[in-house]
Design a protein around this ligand. Sequence first.
Ligand code: F0G
Length: 458
Amino acid sequence: MRTIIEPFRIKVVEPIRLSTRREREKLLREAGYNVFLIDAEHITFDFLTDSGTGAMSAAQWGRLMVGDESYAGSTSFRRFEKVVRELTGKKHIIPTHQGRAAESILFSVTVDETKYVPNNCHFDTTRANVEFRKGHAVDLVVDECHQPQLDAPFKGNIDLNKLEKFIERVGPANIPMGFLTVTNNTGGGQPVSMRNIRETKELLGKYGIPLFLDACRFAENAYFIKLREKGYENTPVREIAQEIFSYADGCTMSAKKDGFGNIGGFLAMNDDELAMKARNMLILTEGFPTYGGLAGRDLEALAQGLVEILDENYLQYRLACVRYLGVGLNKMGIPTIQPPGGHAIYIDAKAFLPHIPQGEYPGQSLTAAMYLEGGIRAVEIGSVMFGKPDPDDPGKEIPAEMELVRMAVPRRVYTQSHIDYVLESMEGVVKTKDELRGCRITWQPPFLRHFTARFEPV
Ligand code: F0G
């Protein structure tokens, strides 16, 4: 087989700034060894997130110009609504400014302190939006998800036995809906199989509980099904995506991922009464039902993006690109969650840097080393993000279960030679890994400390 190419030509370019190691040393020190605090102009390769960071196509930029900015009933909304309805098959399409706004609206009309929401794994904002209403967000992913080195095709699946026991325990009346996150971001960007989606729907249906999808990366999940699930080898990916949505009663969507948007999202559902309640909240917090939190031009770009994302040449390149990064890291001895995810590679920093104790944040040290070596920005998902104060000893911390560093790949942004450069830089990190030291926190805020905390090397 020939090289899987970037299936596009480049029409508009954005320079990336190269910096010297000395400059980076200074910038890193000034930023308290926290790459969140380094301005983007000083980053050469930004793998902080795949959200809102993708490149729009010429066709999407073209659609911006025809955006209809009418307050009510804009033609851009009708176009967006049609595309989303054809994809999801849902009756009510409610635009929001991004995914968490859709979550906030949905849970504000369905969740209170008596309610439980099961999911394979909740994304942070999904969990926070359930818990903000005093509800209970419960993760019931299959056990395989907790074995980083295990190579299995659908580690994003929900465990149906756990789900049934859970329903029996808390009672179906206390579960406004079940959720599946496709792909499972928190669990390593791993896909959910069609069979698991169908069986989840059947199980929930038995108890009269609706199924919702957190559909941010539905196209990547659909392509994984095509590659890995028997019976789908020859099914067009668009039909696979439609089948996925056909089992759901509704979805929340951040169109900043598989919508090819820099901003945007939506909520979709069939239930008339729920939709009415959601639209009432929408008007309060986002805007009129035919624009939500978006400009008409954004709706145009998304309507186009949601079609382009299902181009199989693109999806083949997309998954190959992420895999290429993951396999390259593995070849030089950097352990990552197996198999590579759809949008990101997750480095196991605890296994890679066993000489740094968890209390000295090996993931944070690794993000600093990656910046220093190649101007690469990645995000720690470990004890800086999830460490908790020890209730028995306030001076101590209970570390996170895993010390991961996520490299999320923006869509259509970096070429293969960019990834080669990144891999060459990572070889530099590997060479000096034994000299890498841990770090300690010199300042931290009371909440969400990973964004602004400052560190120094131990
Ligand atoms: N659900 C999942 C699975 C996500 O990954 C995200 C965002 C959201 C919901 C929220 O969407 O950002 O549009 O409000 N994930 C980004 C990330 C931020 O970096 O993984 P949003």
